[in-house]
Ligand binder design. Structure first.
Ligand code: HEM
Length: 131
């Protein structure tokens, strides 16, 4: 296999490129665009910097993100199909821009965090038993 000519994801400028390109794809996506813009009415000028902090913490270990992301997702009308699409766009964005160990780590972490969010948003069958 030929070595990729794409750079790996390495620094804050790369995080900004990744996040901007990813939400560019989200905003062009028929399934996800309405959730962000019509349901949540996201203020992009606030959300994008929050996501730079989040991914900088996850991938560069800067601990800059201090939020509680789960709480932002609970009220949204999203299910497994939305999460699948979110992840597909994220992975396609990474692959379009970067190649290397950090790029692979970004895709794995997105998948793991997404799976955790999705799992925690499902109704818990044990709650039927009362507490
Ligand atoms: C279908 C999938 C998803 C949808 C539709 C979605 C949508 C949203 C929306 C609407 C917000 C609130 C933004 C705001 O009010 O400014 C938000 C926040 C956030 N999302 Fe997601 N999200 C999804 C999946 C994910 C995944 C998989 C991750 C992480 C890997 C993630 C990370 C975050 C973080 C960190 C915040 C909080 C930012 C803050 O603290 O302000 N989201 N998301």
């Amino acid at each position: 296999m030929l070595a990729s000519s794409l750079p790996d994801l390495e620094n804050e400028a790369d995080i900004v490129r990744l996040v901007d390109a990813f939400y560019g794809r989200v905003n062009a996506d028929e399934l996800l665009r309405p959730i962000f813009n019509d349901v949540a009415r996201v203020d992009w000028a606030t959300h994008l910097p929050a996501m730079y902090d989040f991914w900088s913490s996850v991938l560069l270990g800067t601990s800059r993100y201090k939020g509680r992301p789960m709480a932002k997702h609970f009220p949204l009308p999203i299910d497994a199909a939305h999460f699948r699409q979110w992840l597909a766009l994220f992975q396609a964005t990474v692959d379009a821009l970067f190649a290397g160990p950090k790029a692979e780590e970004a895709k794995v972490k997105a998948q793991n965090i997404g799976a955790m969010f999705e799992h925690r948003m499902r109704p818990n069958p044990l709650s039927l038993l009362g507490s």
